[in-house]
Design a protein around this ligand. Sequence first.
Ligand SMILES: [Zn+2]
Length: 67
Amino acid sequence: MFDEKSVSLTCTQCSQQITKTIGWLKQNPDFACDCGQSFEAHKLIRRLEQGEKSVGKFVAGLRKRGK
Ligand SMILES: [Zn+2]
């Protein structure tokens, strides 16, 4: 099932790599890294649902939030 698919997220702040399942992300759409950086998982989920292929390269923090 889709919800059981795992995706790897890389934090832009601390470079930590975190692997979660889609189902977990749906239940925790605003989870943050240990360093406090938000992953905004709801945006990732939307991309997944749109058939985004490069999910594995999804990066936390999203550039628009940058400096
Ligand atoms: Zn981090």
